[in-house]
Design a protein around this ligand. Sequence first.
Ligand SMILES: NC(=O)c1ccc[n+]([C@@H]2O[C@H](COP(=O)([O-])OP(=O)(O)OC[C@H]3O[C@@H](n4cnc5c(N)ncnc54)[C@H](O)[C@@H]3O)[C@@H](O)[C@H]2O)c1
Length: 280
Amino acid sequence: MYNLLKGKKGIIFGALNSKSIAWKVAEKAFEEGATFTLSNTPVAMRFGEINELAERCNAEIIPADATNLNDLENLFTKSMDILGGKIDFVLHSIGMSLNVRKGRLYDNLDYNYFLKTIDISALSFHKVLQTARKLDAINEWGSVLALSYVAAQRTLYGYNDMADAKAILESIARSFGYIYGRDKKVRVNTISQSPTRTTAGSGVKGIDGLIDFTDRMSPLGNADAEDCANFCITMFSDLTKKITMQNIFHDGGFSSMGMSLRAMTQYNKSFGEDEVMNLE
Ligand SMILES: NC(=O)c1ccc[n+]([C@@H]2O[C@H](COP(=O)([O-])OP(=O)(O)OC[C@H]3O[C@@H](n4cnc5c(N)ncnc54)[C@H](O)[C@@H]3O)[C@@H](O)[C@H]2O)c1
């Protein structure tokens, strides 16, 4: 513990259960001296686990559907009331695709679901930023983060319409980051995280194979939810004040790799010995 967030006030979206990346961020933010409110959809609250986190972190829960502007306005206003002033950090840890959930493949999308994917997983980030900006709810040098995935840049089998949502999400960080930085010195970034076993992560087709593959490909191995939380804390702290409009890969090196020895060794096991010789 370094007291990196001492005196800072925040809003953390997306803690569903103890596997959630947002859950780990909340735990670490509390350890580092922050006070914050927690938010999730009323549906997610019914699972009830967030109450346990709130109690442990001494945080109030304010329900909000992140696609709903009234909910967001209420969330920011109430959070400033409860925390006693403007906000210093916001974590947007929100993603959902009905096409993925219902098994609709990318060449057979339901377009109503597609629009919902974009609204929930990308536009909600713009809505959070625009609401905060209009209410002037974030302090100078405040830090706003959303979580992304490398499928925004590269095609990964099975990630479906979430890839498009992540590309928009990262673009919003750049576009809004310019305006918010210029006018209010607020920074806006996305963190592109390794595949991680969470509720949202488990919805991705072939997640176990993907996690094994990216781990073999990454010189440092996959980053887990706790690693991600540590990085989020540094991004909320004053130690990273001049980082804005970035998408930062937090993936053990995966995004810069083409092929690794560990992945190739495993791949070669699927061939007979003669075929492996031919490959060399
Ligand atoms: N798990 C992974 O492999 C992985 C990898 C890279 C990025 N991410 C991203 O990390 C973020 C957090 O996901 P996670 O893996 O911790 O899974 P998670 O399922 O624990 O979290 C997703 C959260 O989104 C919330 N949510 C859904 N619709 C919402 C809405 N309309 N309004 C407000 N909240 C809503 C859910 O209730 C849930 O709490 C997501 O953006 C996800 O895409 C995850």
